[in-house]
Design a protein around this ligand. Structure first.
Ligand code: SF4
Length: 344
């Protein structure tokens, strides 16, 4: 196993030596009216994020001043007020459906106002530095991958349990006592309004993991700064055509690479690349090249777990497992890329 190099802050938070980012956000006082327009709330947010960035740098350098206390109204509350307004005209992801989810109208992801989750557990199968990870698997997804292994919960979000934020807070705190190193929100893209409410009520210091396809909107990226400690991020494709054909998603490269670039400056990244059969030259090669050129100081996990689930049988070229030559070629591409922290 490689020694982790680029998840240093995460590891310090996990050992309780530094504060998770959401705790620092909750130390920034903000006064605002919930009834203000969303434009006005965004203006305040932009201003107060400067205070957050200064406080983060100061606390990381000098330690936490216990005289700093949580405020009645903090930057975290402002983020919640904004995301609630966004729910009325949903632009949580770059599909930008514009539906009023507060009135339970549903867009592409089929998720209404209330989030659901399929399961939560202490997961020991994630990357070594994350386990045991308290994974919470949300239902619904903004992608439609033809090989999805969780297609049942992705396409039928209504089958999940209701994700009551206060109930989940209790579960997160219980799992923390049982040894979880982090809370890991899986498929969170349609659910930032629920995640923020959960985090607002946590009373434990725990790193927050955003386990995501990275197709969220720029507005959500703005709100996640100061909330997420580690992006457990997918970069699956190396071009828009493959993304559209196999996940029914437009403008993939621009959206995902912009969000990865933003995540690189706002938090830490553990990046996953799932190698797809027959997609070494069109996807693996350009994806690895982009990472090495733009976000080199990350932990990179090359994954060979592809299996032809769900509708893959309708796509003959995807209806198989990887072969040995493809795996060796993918390893060679990553090892010669210049990336330093690679998990194979
Ligand atoms: S989160 Fe769902 S409803 Fe909102 S923009 Fe994305 S797909 Fe549409």
């Amino acid at each position: 196993m490689n020694e982790p190099v680029f998840l240093r802050r995460y590891q310090q938070v996990e050992k309780n030596e530094l504060l998770p980012r959401y705790r620092i956000t909750s130390l920034v006082p903000v006064s605002f009216e919930k009834t203000s327009s969303i434009e006005k709330l965004w203006d305040i947010h932009q201003m107060k994020m400067q205070d957050y960035r200064k406080l983060l740098a100061s606390i990381d350098a000098n330690g936490y001043d216990p005289h700093l206390s949580n405020h009645k109204s903090s930057l975290l509350d402002l983020k919640i007020a904004i995301i609630q307004k966004m729910l009325e005209n949903c632009c949580f992801c770059e599909r930008r459906c514009g539906v009023n989810r507060k009135e339970n109208h549903k867009g592409y992801c089929r998720v209404g106002s209330v989030s659901g989750y399929a399961s939560e557990l202490l997961h020991t199968g994630e990357e070594p530095e994350l386990v045991p990870s308290h994974t919470i698997f949300f239902t619904g997804c903004v992608f439609s991958c033809i090989y999805c292994q969780n297609w049942d919960i992705a396409t039928h979000p209504e089958t999940g349990k209701i994700a009551d934020p206060l109930e989940l807070v209790k579960l997160i705190e219980k799992r923390h006592i049982q040894g979880s190193k982090n809370v890991n929100f899986v498929t969170p893209t349609p659910h930032p309004h629920t995640v923020l409410r959960i985090i607002r009520n946590l009373s434990v210091n725990i790193p927050v993991i955003w386990n995501s396809n990275m197709y969220h909107s720029k507005e959500v990226a703005d709100l996640l700064e100061g909330v997420v400690d580690v992006y457990l991020a997918d970069l699956r494709y190396g071009n828009d055509e493959c993304a559209d054909k196999y996940s029914k998603v437009k403008n993939y490269m621009q959206v995902v690479t912009e969000n990865l670039t933003r995540a690189y400056s706002d938090a830490e990244i553990l990046l996953r690349h799932l190698v797809l059969p027959g997609h070494i030259d069109c996807c693996t090669r350009p994806a690895v090249k982009w990472v090495a050129e733009h976000i080199p100081h990350i932990r990179f996990n090359l994954m060979f777990q592809y299996a032809p689930h769900y509708l893959a049988y309708k796509y003959p070229e995807m209806n198989r497992y990887l072969n040995r030559q493809e795996m060796e070629k993918a390893v060679e591409i990553v090892l010669s890329s210049g990336l330093e922290d690679i998990l194979l």
